[in-house]
Design a protein around this ligand. Structure first.
Ligand SMILES: [Zn+2]
Length: 415
């Protein structure tokens, strides 16, 4: 099967290349903003905004006359920026991207933390370096990570973070999908605990996150006391960007371990259709939710499921996984602060485990539908979910994996 995969690794550019990287990032930002202004004024005049293609034609005319400086960078940079802009508008008109709400596209500012651009065309990967259009051979910090054989390279996205440059190479690879004989699980993603599985496995958030968060807050405070534009302020701003980058890396790493482990060892994973925009209304929850990176977790599960022969089911948006009692099916009120849910039927269970069990039961009650459809699982919205889950099944699921396992490192997870 052909799959698209991205490999992200750090670049080790020389001085001349570094200048070129910044210049390319500048062209990307300029093209995006130029296109956005064009689209905006068209909308203001009540006409259809120009497409990426027609903007590219116009830009090529400008390039030949007034904007000759555009020749200094790879021609794929304005192209991909304008394509990205089209996607931003499409998402805006559709109202969302994945499960996230999307606002009107914004101008990219020089002061924003990240700079970046995307290249297409002739990109070659070698063991120790990458051959990029206009930039030449750029050294890689890590050798041998990006595949050099059997992969078709589609594009390279280059971005800066706290003074370091990264490349994400998108390749198309032919992979053999292994047979997955794992069990089915319900997965509840939480704020206090990263993940809870219906078999009782609990995956905690990475611990250093809290430590970095305290550092982040104190650095922010220190920065606020400095005179804007001073050398000290600039030093602290870089420090702040570095901490942000470290937190992001840590989080990404942790999520990757979890999603790899899950898709490798489970044949079916039932998750909630998380609506972070709904939950974002609660200010305190908001930070934690962005931390857990719900949307990112789902994205990773979905693409890794393809590699490892697993399947992901998304429960309907308002499926009451938390409120429902996993034993008798009754709906209870479960405030956010409550960690252990109790029900009139006598059930007492960890809040997230209860939710995970409900999700797992959804898959179990649809086992027939699954068998009937074979490989092609019907979209979840078409499935009928019985109001009352089968209590017997749920008990069994819990007793199967009776003792709950707490793991801090998803690597330790029991398949
Ligand atoms: Zn109950």
């Amino acid at each position: 099967m052909k799959v698209t995969r991205a490999y992200r690794t750090e670049l080790d550019p020389n001085r001349a290349q570094l200048a070129k990287l910044w210049q390319h990032a500048g062209v990307a930002r300029w093209s995006y903003n130029w296109g956005l202004a064009k689209k905006k004024s068209a909308l203001d005049e009540g006409v259809t905004p120009p497409s990426s293609y027609s903007l590219q034609l116009e830009l090529n005319r400008l390039k030949r006359t007034t904007h000759g400086w555009l020749y200094e960078s790879s021609k794929s940079v304005p192209q991909t920026s304008l394509d990205d802009l089209d996607v931003a508008f499409k998402n805006f008109f559709r109202g969302r991207r994945g499960s996230q709400k999307v606002g009107f596209p914004r101008f990219k500012s020089r002061k924003r933390l990240q700079a970046g651009f995307r290249l297409t065309g002739v990109i070659r990967v070698f063991d120790r370096h990458l051959q990029l259009p206009r930039l030449g051979k750029v050294r890689l910090k890590e050798a041998g990570y990006v595949p050099t054989e059997g992969a078709h390279i589609m594009s390279a996205t280059i971005s800066e973070r706290a003074g370091r440059w990264y490349v994400s190479v998108t390749v198309e690879e032919e992979v053999a999908v292994p047979e997955n004989n794992g069990t089915a699980v319900g997965l509840d993603v939480g704020v206090n605990r990263l993940a809870t599985l219906s078999d009782g496995t609990m995956v905690l958030n990475p611990r250093p996150l809290e430590r970095y968060r305290r550092k982040l807050t104190s650095t922010q405070r220190a920065l606020a006391r400095k005179r804007p534009g001073s050398r000290n302020a600039a030093r602290l701003r870089l420090r702040l960007a570095q901490i942000h980058a470290r937190v992001a890396n840590l989080r990404r790493d942790h999520l990757h371990k979890l999603t790899t482990q899950l898709t490798r060892t489970k044949s079916l994973i039932v998750i909630e259709d998380l609506a972070p925009s709904l939950m974002m209304r609660n200010r305190h929850l908001a930070r934690a939710i962005t931390d857990a990176g719900f949307a990112e977790l789902r994205r990773q599960l979905e693409y890794k499921a393809i590699w490892y022969g697993s399947r992901i089911l998304v429960a309907p948006r308002f499926f009451p996984s938390t409120r429902m009692c996993s034993k008798c099916g009754a709906l209870n009120d479960v405030p956010l602060s409550v960690r252990v849910v109790t029900c009139a039927c006598g059930m007492t269970l960890d809040r997230d485990l209860n939710a995970a069990l409900n999700l797992r039961a959804v898959a179990a009650s649809c086992a027939d539908a699954l068998n009937a459809c074979g490989e092609n699982v019907r979209p979840f919205s078409e499935w009928r979910i019985s109001e009352k889950q089968e209590p017997g099944l749920l008990r069994a699921a819990l007793e199967d994996g009776a003792s709950s396992t707490v793991v801090t490192d998803p690597k330790d997870f029991i398949g």
